[in-house]
Design a protein around this ligand. Structure first.
Ligand SMILES: [Zn+2]
Length: 330
Protein backbone atom coordinates (compact mmCIF):
# COMPACT_ATOMS: atom_id res chain seq x y z
CA UNK A 1 0.00 0.00 0.00
CA UNK A 2 1.02 3.58 -0.58
CA UNK A 3 0.36 5.87 2.39
CA UNK A 4 -1.16 9.27 1.61
CA UNK A 5 2.14 11.06 2.33
CA UNK A 6 3.90 8.92 -0.28
CA UNK A 7 1.48 9.50 -3.15
CA UNK A 8 3.65 12.18 -4.74
CA UNK A 9 6.74 10.00 -4.47
CA UNK A 10 4.82 7.17 -6.08
CA UNK A 11 3.81 9.40 -9.01
CA UNK A 12 7.46 10.26 -9.54
CA UNK A 13 8.27 6.55 -9.60
CA UNK A 14 5.60 5.92 -12.19
CA UNK A 15 6.85 8.70 -14.43
CA UNK A 16 10.31 7.09 -14.50
CA UNK A 17 8.95 3.61 -15.26
CA UNK A 18 10.42 3.54 -18.77
CA UNK A 19 13.95 3.39 -17.32
CA UNK A 20 13.89 0.68 -14.68
CA UNK A 21 17.14 0.34 -12.75
CA UNK A 22 18.70 -2.95 -11.72
CA UNK A 23 18.40 -1.92 -8.08
CA UNK A 24 16.64 0.72 -6.02
CA UNK A 25 17.62 1.94 -2.61
CA UNK A 26 14.74 3.49 -0.64
CA UNK A 27 15.81 5.39 2.44
CA UNK A 28 13.96 7.34 5.11
CA UNK A 29 13.05 7.50 8.79
CA UNK A 30 11.73 4.49 10.65
CA UNK A 31 8.01 3.72 10.74
CA UNK A 32 6.93 5.89 7.83
CA UNK A 33 5.88 3.11 5.43
CA UNK A 34 9.03 2.45 3.36
CA UNK A 35 8.58 -1.32 3.32
CA UNK A 36 4.92 -1.02 2.32
CA UNK A 37 6.02 1.32 -0.48
CA UNK A 38 8.64 -1.22 -1.56
CA UNK A 39 6.12 -4.09 -1.56
CA UNK A 40 3.76 -2.00 -3.68
CA UNK A 41 6.61 -1.33 -6.09
CA UNK A 42 7.45 -5.04 -6.16
CA UNK A 43 3.83 -5.96 -6.94
CA UNK A 44 3.84 -3.49 -9.84
CA UNK A 45 7.03 -5.03 -11.20
CA UNK A 46 5.53 -8.50 -10.96
CA UNK A 47 2.19 -7.65 -12.63
CA UNK A 48 1.72 -9.62 -15.86
CA UNK A 49 -0.54 -7.12 -17.63
CA UNK A 50 1.09 -3.80 -17.02
CA UNK A 51 4.45 -2.74 -18.39
CA UNK A 52 4.60 0.53 -16.49
CA UNK A 53 4.55 0.83 -12.72
CA UNK A 54 0.94 0.25 -11.88
CA UNK A 55 -0.26 -3.19 -10.86
CA UNK A 56 -3.54 -4.17 -12.54
CA UNK A 57 -4.74 -5.82 -9.34
CA UNK A 58 -6.47 -8.57 -11.32
CA UNK A 59 -3.92 -10.89 -12.90
CA UNK A 60 -2.63 -14.01 -11.27
CA UNK A 61 0.65 -12.32 -10.31
CA UNK A 62 -1.15 -9.45 -8.63
CA UNK A 63 -3.25 -11.94 -6.71
CA UNK A 64 -0.19 -13.92 -5.56
CA UNK A 65 1.66 -10.71 -4.68
CA UNK A 66 -1.23 -9.52 -2.52
CA UNK A 67 -1.06 -12.80 -0.61
CA UNK A 68 2.71 -12.48 -0.25
CA UNK A 69 3.24 -15.84 -1.98
CA UNK A 70 4.46 -14.86 -5.45
CA UNK A 71 7.08 -17.42 -6.57
CA UNK A 72 9.17 -14.72 -8.29
CA UNK A 73 9.26 -12.50 -5.22
CA UNK A 74 11.87 -12.85 -2.48
CA UNK A 75 11.94 -10.94 0.77
CA UNK A 76 15.08 -10.90 2.89
CA UNK A 77 14.74 -9.60 6.42
CA UNK A 78 16.42 -10.51 9.73
CA UNK A 79 14.94 -13.64 11.22
CA UNK A 80 13.28 -13.13 14.57
CA UNK A 81 14.04 -16.03 16.85
CA UNK A 82 11.50 -16.70 19.51
CA UNK A 83 12.99 -18.86 22.21
CA UNK A 84 10.89 -19.12 25.37
CA UNK A 85 9.17 -15.98 24.27
CA UNK A 86 12.48 -14.12 24.39
CA UNK A 87 12.81 -12.04 21.28
CA UNK A 88 16.16 -11.64 19.63
CA UNK A 89 16.71 -9.90 16.32
CA UNK A 90 19.34 -11.37 14.07
CA UNK A 91 21.28 -10.13 11.11
CA UNK A 92 20.66 -11.03 7.49
CA UNK A 93 23.36 -13.63 6.98
CA UNK A 94 25.20 -14.79 3.91
CA UNK A 95 23.37 -18.15 3.79
CA UNK A 96 20.04 -16.38 3.37
CA UNK A 97 21.41 -14.09 0.64
CA UNK A 98 23.03 -17.02 -1.18
CA UNK A 99 19.83 -19.01 -1.09
CA UNK A 100 18.05 -16.21 -2.93
CA UNK A 101 20.90 -15.51 -5.34
CA UNK A 102 21.06 -19.18 -6.34
CA UNK A 103 17.48 -19.00 -7.56
CA UNK A 104 17.07 -15.63 -9.17
CA UNK A 105 18.92 -16.35 -12.41
CA UNK A 106 16.45 -19.02 -13.38
CA UNK A 107 13.66 -17.95 -15.73
CA UNK A 108 10.85 -16.23 -13.81
CA UNK A 109 7.99 -18.62 -13.14
CA UNK A 110 5.07 -16.26 -13.74
CA UNK A 111 6.03 -12.62 -13.71
CA UNK A 112 8.04 -10.69 -16.32
CA UNK A 113 10.94 -10.66 -13.85
CA UNK A 114 12.05 -11.66 -10.36
CA UNK A 115 12.08 -9.12 -7.55
CA UNK A 116 14.20 -9.26 -4.38
CA UNK A 117 13.27 -6.99 -1.46
CA UNK A 118 15.86 -6.56 1.31
CA UNK A 119 14.90 -4.68 4.48
CA UNK A 120 16.45 -3.17 6.42
CA UNK A 121 19.41 -3.50 4.10
CA UNK A 122 21.83 -2.34 6.80
CA UNK A 123 21.09 -5.50 8.78
CA UNK A 124 23.09 -7.56 6.26
CA UNK A 125 26.39 -8.53 7.82
CA UNK A 126 29.55 -7.84 5.83
CA UNK A 127 29.69 -11.26 4.17
CA UNK A 128 26.05 -11.01 3.14
CA UNK A 129 26.59 -7.49 1.79
CA UNK A 130 29.58 -8.63 -0.27
CA UNK A 131 27.62 -11.51 -1.73
CA UNK A 132 24.85 -9.10 -2.74
CA UNK A 133 27.41 -6.71 -4.20
CA UNK A 134 28.62 -9.42 -6.58
CA UNK A 135 25.06 -9.88 -7.84
CA UNK A 136 24.64 -6.12 -8.30
CA UNK A 137 27.86 -5.99 -10.29
CA UNK A 138 26.50 -8.50 -12.79
CA UNK A 139 23.02 -7.11 -13.43
CA UNK A 140 20.43 -9.32 -15.06
CA UNK A 141 17.58 -8.08 -17.25
CA UNK A 142 15.09 -10.19 -15.36
CA UNK A 143 16.06 -9.42 -11.75
CA UNK A 144 15.33 -6.22 -9.83
CA UNK A 145 16.54 -5.57 -6.29
CA UNK A 146 14.77 -3.22 -3.90
CA UNK A 147 16.79 -2.28 -0.82
CA UNK A 148 15.14 -0.43 2.04
CA UNK A 149 17.27 1.29 4.68
CA UNK A 150 16.77 3.51 7.73
CA UNK A 151 20.45 4.49 7.73
CA UNK A 152 22.03 5.08 4.35
CA UNK A 153 25.49 5.58 5.90
CA UNK A 154 25.56 2.04 7.31
CA UNK A 155 25.59 0.52 3.82
CA UNK A 156 28.70 -0.26 1.79
CA UNK A 157 29.44 2.68 -0.56
CA UNK A 158 29.90 0.15 -3.37
CA UNK A 159 26.35 -1.12 -2.84
CA UNK A 160 24.90 2.38 -2.72
CA UNK A 161 26.63 3.37 -5.94
CA UNK A 162 24.99 0.42 -7.72
CA UNK A 163 21.45 1.51 -6.71
CA UNK A 164 19.13 4.26 -7.86
CA UNK A 165 18.67 6.05 -4.53
CA UNK A 166 15.42 7.57 -3.44
CA UNK A 167 14.53 9.24 -0.14
CA UNK A 168 10.97 8.69 1.03
CA UNK A 169 9.62 11.60 3.06
CA UNK A 170 8.16 11.33 6.55
CA UNK A 171 4.61 12.62 6.89
CA UNK A 172 4.25 16.10 8.31
CA UNK A 173 2.52 16.45 11.69
CA UNK A 174 -0.97 17.01 10.29
CA UNK A 175 -0.75 14.10 7.86
CA UNK A 176 0.48 11.75 10.57
CA UNK A 177 -2.16 12.90 13.06
CA UNK A 178 -4.96 12.57 10.50
CA UNK A 179 -3.83 9.05 9.73
CA UNK A 180 -3.78 8.02 13.41
CA UNK A 181 -7.17 9.55 14.06
CA UNK A 182 -8.55 7.69 11.08
CA UNK A 183 -7.16 4.48 12.63
CA UNK A 184 -8.88 5.48 15.90
CA UNK A 185 -5.66 5.33 17.90
CA UNK A 186 -6.35 6.72 21.38
CA UNK A 187 -4.28 9.73 22.52
CA UNK A 188 -2.99 10.12 18.98
CA UNK A 189 -1.27 13.41 19.71
CA UNK A 190 0.89 12.16 22.60
CA UNK A 191 1.66 8.87 20.82
CA UNK A 192 2.87 10.80 17.83
CA UNK A 193 5.08 13.04 19.96
CA UNK A 194 6.59 9.99 21.62
CA UNK A 195 7.41 8.41 18.28
CA UNK A 196 9.00 11.61 16.95
CA UNK A 197 6.31 12.13 14.33
CA UNK A 198 6.45 8.62 12.80
CA UNK A 199 2.87 7.26 12.73
CA UNK A 200 3.43 3.56 11.97
CA UNK A 201 4.57 2.16 15.29
CA UNK A 202 3.29 -0.97 17.00
CA UNK A 203 0.89 -0.10 19.74
CA UNK A 204 1.39 -3.29 21.68
CA UNK A 205 -0.61 -3.31 24.84
CA UNK A 206 2.03 -5.15 26.90
CA UNK A 207 4.71 -2.70 25.98
CA UNK A 208 2.33 0.20 26.59
CA UNK A 209 1.80 -0.89 30.20
CA UNK A 210 5.50 -1.48 30.71
CA UNK A 211 6.26 2.01 29.46
CA UNK A 212 3.56 3.51 31.62
CA UNK A 213 4.99 1.75 34.69
CA UNK A 214 8.50 2.96 33.85
CA UNK A 215 7.21 6.54 33.73
CA UNK A 216 5.77 6.12 37.23
CA UNK A 217 9.23 5.07 38.45
CA UNK A 218 10.95 7.91 36.62
CA UNK A 219 8.55 10.49 38.04
CA UNK A 220 8.92 9.18 41.61
CA UNK A 221 12.18 7.24 41.73
CA UNK A 222 12.63 5.14 44.87
CA UNK A 223 14.93 2.21 45.51
CA UNK A 224 12.21 -0.40 45.93
CA UNK A 225 10.31 0.81 42.88
CA UNK A 226 13.49 0.50 40.82
CA UNK A 227 14.07 -3.09 41.94
CA UNK A 228 10.44 -4.01 41.29
CA UNK A 229 10.45 -2.45 37.87
CA UNK A 230 13.68 -4.18 36.78
CA UNK A 231 12.14 -7.53 37.76
CA UNK A 232 8.89 -6.66 35.98
CA UNK A 233 10.68 -5.67 32.76
CA UNK A 234 12.76 -8.85 32.88
CA UNK A 235 9.65 -11.01 33.27
CA UNK A 236 8.00 -9.34 30.29
CA UNK A 237 10.78 -10.75 28.04
CA UNK A 238 10.87 -7.62 25.95
CA UNK A 239 14.09 -6.58 24.24
CA UNK A 240 16.26 -4.25 26.27
CA UNK A 241 16.16 -1.83 23.32
CA UNK A 242 12.62 -0.82 24.30
CA UNK A 243 13.66 0.20 27.79
CA UNK A 244 16.70 2.04 26.46
CA UNK A 245 14.55 3.95 23.97
CA UNK A 246 12.02 4.99 26.63
CA UNK A 247 14.69 6.06 29.10
CA UNK A 248 16.73 7.89 26.46
CA UNK A 249 13.70 9.91 25.36
CA UNK A 250 12.96 10.77 28.99
CA UNK A 251 16.54 12.00 29.47
CA UNK A 252 16.36 14.07 26.29
CA UNK A 253 13.20 15.66 27.67
CA UNK A 254 14.88 16.29 31.03
CA UNK A 255 17.74 18.04 29.24
CA UNK A 256 15.19 20.13 27.32
CA UNK A 257 13.26 21.23 30.43
CA UNK A 258 16.51 21.81 32.30
CA UNK A 259 17.35 24.32 29.56
CA UNK A 260 13.89 25.90 29.71
CA UNK A 261 12.78 24.35 26.43
CA UNK A 262 9.65 22.42 25.54
CA UNK A 263 9.67 18.65 25.88
CA UNK A 264 9.67 16.53 22.71
CA UNK A 265 8.58 13.03 23.63
CA UNK A 266 6.49 13.21 26.81
CA UNK A 267 4.51 16.45 26.47
CA UNK A 268 1.91 15.23 28.95
CA UNK A 269 4.62 15.17 31.66
CA UNK A 270 6.04 18.63 31.05
CA UNK A 271 5.37 19.70 34.67
CA UNK A 272 6.85 16.58 36.23
CA UNK A 273 9.92 16.83 34.00
CA UNK A 274 10.43 20.47 34.97
CA UNK A 275 10.17 19.65 38.66
CA UNK A 276 12.65 16.79 38.42
CA UNK A 277 15.28 18.35 36.18
CA UNK A 278 15.41 21.63 38.03
CA UNK A 279 18.68 22.18 39.95
CA UNK A 280 20.51 19.26 38.37
CA UNK A 281 23.75 20.06 36.53
CA UNK A 282 23.13 19.26 32.88
CA UNK A 283 26.37 17.24 32.62
CA UNK A 284 24.79 14.58 34.85
CA UNK A 285 22.12 13.90 32.21
CA UNK A 286 24.67 13.79 29.44
CA UNK A 287 26.72 11.24 31.39
CA UNK A 288 23.69 9.00 31.91
CA UNK A 289 22.68 9.34 28.26
CA UNK A 290 26.20 8.22 27.30
CA UNK A 291 25.67 5.10 29.37
CA UNK A 292 22.36 4.43 27.63
CA UNK A 293 23.91 4.94 24.20
CA UNK A 294 26.82 2.62 25.02
CA UNK A 295 24.32 -0.08 25.98
CA UNK A 296 22.27 0.23 22.79
CA UNK A 297 24.32 -2.27 20.73
CA UNK A 298 23.14 -4.91 23.22
CA UNK A 299 19.52 -3.88 22.80
CA UNK A 300 18.38 -7.20 21.34
CA UNK A 301 20.14 -9.33 23.92
CA UNK A 302 17.92 -10.98 26.44
CA UNK A 303 20.67 -11.84 28.93
CA UNK A 304 21.24 -9.73 32.04
CA UNK A 305 18.35 -7.46 31.16
CA UNK A 306 17.41 -7.11 34.80
CA UNK A 307 20.91 -6.07 35.83
CA UNK A 308 21.19 -3.47 33.09
CA UNK A 309 17.77 -1.98 33.87
CA UNK A 310 18.61 -1.85 37.58
CA UNK A 311 22.00 -0.28 37.02
CA UNK A 312 20.72 2.50 34.74
CA UNK A 313 17.77 3.26 37.03
CA UNK A 314 20.06 3.34 40.09
CA UNK A 315 22.19 5.95 38.36
CA UNK A 316 19.05 7.90 37.48
CA UNK A 317 17.85 7.66 41.08
CA UNK A 318 21.16 8.97 42.35
CA UNK A 319 21.13 11.93 39.98
CA UNK A 320 17.58 12.92 40.91
CA UNK A 321 18.19 12.49 44.65
CA UNK A 322 21.37 14.56 44.49
CA UNK A 323 19.40 17.13 42.54
CA UNK A 324 17.24 17.69 45.60
CA UNK A 325 20.44 18.38 47.59
CA UNK A 326 21.76 20.79 44.96
CA UNK A 327 18.47 22.59 45.27
CA UNK A 328 18.77 22.66 49.09
CA UNK A 329 22.29 24.07 49.14
CA UNK A 330 21.73 26.86 46.62
ZN1 LIG B 1 -1.55 -7.55 -12.48
Amino acid sequence: MIYPWHQQAWQRFQSSADRLPNAWLLVGKRHIGKTEFARHLAASLLCEKNHGLDACGECSSCHLASLGTHPDFYELTPIVEDEDNAKKLLQIKIEAVRQVLDNIHLTPLRAPRRVVLIHPAESMNIQAANALLKALEEPSETVIFILVAHHRDRLLPTIKSRCRQFTLPAPNHDEALAYLQQQQVPNAESYLAFHAGSPLFDHQLDAFELRHDLLKVLIKPRLLAVLDYAAQFDRAKQPLALFLDWLDKWLIDMIATNQGKNVLFYPQYQDELCGLSDNIPIMKFFALRDEVIQTQPYGQHTLNVKLVVESLLFDYLEIVNKGKNYGGSS
